[in-house]
Design a protein around this ligand. Structure first.
Ligand code: CAA
Length: 380
């Protein structure tokens, strides 16, 4: 495994960092406070090729690899975690499964505009009673001639308020549990498709998190992604990729918090010396920088595994588990270094602290990652 970035990846990082610093970061506080979905950010990111980083150019993407995708998500999240997850969902939870499991016709009709950032996607798996246990979902899909008719509801769907296309998981036979789950591509303008208003949350506040409801929603059978009953595996394989994106997001949030804490410690004086001259603060900075590098390396390793192995379930879960918990520790220390100022809205660290928390929950909680890791190591 190579841990040095190629010239192309270094250039990508510079370009995305400039976009993130000049365009994304200045709006981060405002969208956090208003909760307004930043559609113009998505449009601009799409124009730069960031909506489908690892999708081949023939399908509207940037034709890069998974490590490049991690660089993009880290840099955007370093500026604004909300913007990071909006992109991460479109890239890894929507474009990636369409590329992997879609027919040529589905790729032309859906993947190409999604990867080009002309349409926004969401991933509708979670339900009010089926979060960590998606096999317990109650949304149904009934075959009716050349169509399927969907009924049910979904919850906590990132991008849900603004998505043009949803990947919806529904059961063709509830008695079959996970073996009945099937994935469908659902345009949001289909009659019977409803979305709620956005949830106000602790962090990543403008990511359009909402509920979706389907009432006798009719779609043609050609919008089924994969075979009948394949949906659970489509979801799990997709989440393996998604978890790498969330790990990169956590690294980006922690990197921002670390940089601001480092700068603050070199400027703020107490007891007639800079905070950075106190060994207690130096030890904080040492731990933060070490953990950040460890999380980034695990994330890059998972990216490498996705490119080079058939299954990368273990590497993705390890990266997500460690990076998300690292982000919680690093943002907590960054806030502590800022003292009372860190607890105010005047500084960004309180937002980083709040934004980091969700990375331990969405796309599988830390407890789920531990179940996945234990399962993988026990059967290795
Ligand atoms: N890749 C491919 N196949 C997989 C797989 C993977 N990573 N993981 C499991 N499978 C297959 C298994 O091999 C098994 O296949 P067979 O039927 O052929 O035997 C089948 O799927 C069922 O597997 P399990 O028995 O392990 O399934 P389970 O019901 O016990 O669940 C779990 C396992 C790991 C707990 C899983 O339910 C899980 O990951 N839960 C968390 C769900 C989650 O992450 N939700 C996040 C919602 S999305 C979100 O947050 C998005 C957003 O908007 C930001």
């Amino acid at each position: 495994m190579r841990i040095e970035l190629s010239e192309e990846q270094k250039l990508l990082r510079e370009t995305v960092r400039q976009f993130a610093d000049e365009v994304v970061k200045p709006r981060a506080k405002e969208i956090d406070e208003s909760g307004a979905f930043p559609r113009s950010f998505f449009d601009q990111a799409g124009a730069l090729g960031l909506a489908g980083v690892a999708v081949p150019e023939e399908y509207g993407g940037a034709g890069m690899d998974t490590l490049s995708y991690c660089i993009v998500i880290e840099e955007i999240s370093r500026a604004c975690a909300t913007s990071g997850v909006i992109l991460s969902v479109n890239n890894s939870l929507v474009c990636d499964p369409l590329l992997k499991f879609g027919t040529e016709e589905q790729k032309q009709e859906f993947l190409t505009p999604l990867a080009a950032g002309k349409k926004l996607g969401c991933f509708a798996l979670t339900e009010p009673g089926a979060g960590s246990d998606p096999a317990g979902m109650l949304t149904t899909a009934r075959r009716d001639g050349d169509d399927y008719v969907l009924n049910g509801s979904k919850l906590f769907i990132t991008n849900g308020t603004d998505a043009d296309v949803a990947l919806v998981f529904a059961s063709i036979d509830l008695a079959k549990k996970h073996k009945g789950i099937t994935c469908f591509i659902v345009p949001a303008d289909t009659p019977g498709y409803h979305h709620g208003s956005h949830e106000f949350k602790l962090g990543v506040n403008a990511s359009g998190t909402t509920e979706l409801a389907f009432t006798d929603l009719r779609i043609p059978a050609r919008y089924r992604l994969g075979g009948e009953g394949d949906g659970f595996k489509v979801a799990m394989a997709t989440l393996d990729g998604g978890r790498i994106g969330i790990a990169a997001q956590a690294v980006g949030i922690a990197q921002a918090a670390f940089e601001e804490a480092l700068a603050y410690s070199q400027q703020r004086e107490q007891f007639n010396q800079k905070l950075s001259e106190f060994q207690a603060i130096q030890f904080y900075l040492a731990d933060m920088s070490t953990e950040l590098d460890a999380a980034r390396l695990l994330t890059w390793k998972a990216a490498w595994a996705k490119e080079n192995q058939k299954r990368f379930t273990l590497e993705a879960a390890q990266a997500k588990l460690f990076a998300s918990e690292m982000a919680q520790r690093v943002t907590n220390k960054a806030l502590q270094i800022h003292g009372g100022y860190g607890y105010t809205k005047e500084y960004n660290v309180e937002r980083y602290f709040r934004d980091a928390r969700i990375t331990e929950i969405y796309e599988g909680t830390s407890e789920i990652q531990k179940m996945v890791i234990a399962d993988q190591v026990l059967k290795a």
